[in-house]
Write a protein that binds this ligand. Structure first.
Ligand code: ZN
Length: 431
């Protein structure tokens, strides 16, 4: 199970690849792809299908033995985007000695210093000319070798570097890509890489490349570490580790009366307000269409929403042994201590006593320990999916997630045991 998680993390340098990897696993488990432009048709108990939006969010459904109106649905949601750097248009900047660096723009809230001095690569989608202007073709690329690096300034030029440094997103965060060896390469290095990568599957001519959404990604594979290999080290644990725990549980859980839903959203790191984010009505419309197909009335959908339960799964902050003063004195979850239910008096999290009790009971039934997180009262903390989704689907549910260290670092730290615990708790939930 751990090997599968590591493989998924490495196969998912950015959102598009996470969706591709999840779709491939769903298909091999018998799920078929739904085209939302076509009528949904009849929906029967046991049907398994999935649908994607923008190639960067994915929603899987296993229809329960009872209708949505009679039994509701159990939904696990997570997000597949992570903080990174987006390559800007006209990105190449040729400097002294023919060194080429790329102009980037920050995506989400990365700990920027963690992106220095490590091998990086490029991943994302390239848009290629199609039959007409409204039908371009999407091709994914993931350069599977170290390709770029954002290098630090030597300490001799910045003696105060270890006292804390203010970083400029525009000046400091531009990776070097290469040194041009002839004039033909000037201004073309990035495009040459794109053409080379696309050409490995199916060659494309340069004129047919219309645009791209490309991002930086850590080029070092995910791994375990620690005396007992008890820790996980990887980019994008937030929130790919929760996406994958959801998938494992969906595929492992037996058929149920209740319809199972796994919703993996994009753009959580930038506020979720996109057509593929948790703020979109897209998921609600698919659920309405299922309810209509089953019962012929939209009333069935409203009944389903009232019967449903949501687990909004997004990683939590683990207690950091070097910074205990940052944590709440009585609620600071630890690595390896099991899934974490998140609470916030200002309701940034969906959990309340009633919904948390449900999740804690599920953990108990699954034989899994469960922890609780509340912010240190002088620390603002973050937000997540649950309450944003509630604007289109007012579901009863919890915000939870596995504890990690260094959230939004290029390389986060988690615990192997927590992944196994979480899959067990989620599997129980889907049952
Ligand atoms: Zn997250």
């Amino acid at each position: 199970m751990l090997t599968r998680l590591l493989k998924f993390l490495d196969a998912s340098p950015v959102n598009f690849f996470a969706v591709k990897a999840l779709a491939a696993q769903l298909e091999s488990a018998g799920y078929h792809r739904l085209d939302p432009r076509q009528p949904l048709g009849a929906v029967a108990a046991g049907d398994k299908f999935y649908v994607t939006k923008n190639d960067s969010s994915i929603y899987a459904f296993e229809i329960g033995r009872k209708t949505l109106a009679d039994a509701g649905f159990h939904i696990i949601c997570a997000h597949c985007d992570s903080p990174t750097f987006r390559i800007k248009p006209n990105a190449e900047m040729t400097c002294e000695g023919g060194i080429v660096k790329l102009n980037t723009e920050v995506y989400g809230g990365p700990i920027m210093a963690t992106w220095f001095d490590r091998p990086l690569t490029l991943a994302g989608r390239v848009i290629v000319r199609g039959e007409d202007a409204l039908s371009p073709v999407t091709r994914l690329i993931h350069v599977r070798r170290p390709l770029l690096q954002i290098s630090n300034l030597a300490i001799h030029f910045n003696r105060e570097v270890n006292d804390g440094v203010k970083l400029s997103k525009q000046k400091d965060m531009l990776p070097i890509l290469g040194i041009i060896t002839n004039e033909l390469e000037r201004g073309n290095l990035l495009m040459n890489i794109i053409l080379e990568e696309l050409g490995k599957e199916q060659p494309v001519s340069r004129e047919d490349i219309l645009d791209f959404d490309l991002y930086l990604a850590d080029a070092t594979p995910a791994c375990t570490f620690g005396v007992h290999d008890e820790f996980l080290s990887s980019g994008r644990l937030d929130d790919l580790s929760m996406c994958y725990a959801g998938l494992e549980a969906l595929l492992a859980s037996p058929a149920s009366d209740v319809t199972k839903v796994l919703a993996i959203f994009d753009n959580e790191e930038t506020g979720s307000q996109t057509k593929q984010g948790a703020g979109s009505p897209f998921l609600a419309t698919i659920l309405q269409r299922i309810a209509l197909a089953q019962s012929g009335t939209v009333e069935a959908f409203y009944q389903a929403v009232e019967r449903a339960f949501m687990v909004s799964a997004d990683n939590a902050h683990a207690w950091h042994p070097n910074y205990s003063d940052k944590y709440d004195p009585t609620n600071h979850p630890v690595l390896g201590g099991g899934p974490v239910i998140k609470f916030n008096a200002a309701q940034k999290y969906a959990s309340d006593a009633a919904s948390a009790a449900v999740f804690a009971e599920l953990c108990r039934e699954a034989g899994v320990p469960c922890q609780r997180f509340v912010n240190h009262s002088d620390v603002a903390g973050g937000s997540t999916l649950g309450n944003i989704l509630a604007s289109s689907l007012p579901l009863r549910g919890v915000d939870m997630g596995n504890p990690i260290l260094a959230m939004h670092s290029c390389r986060e730290t988690g615990a192997v045991a927590d992944h196994l615990y979480c899959v067990r708790a989620f599997t129980r939930f889907y049952q």
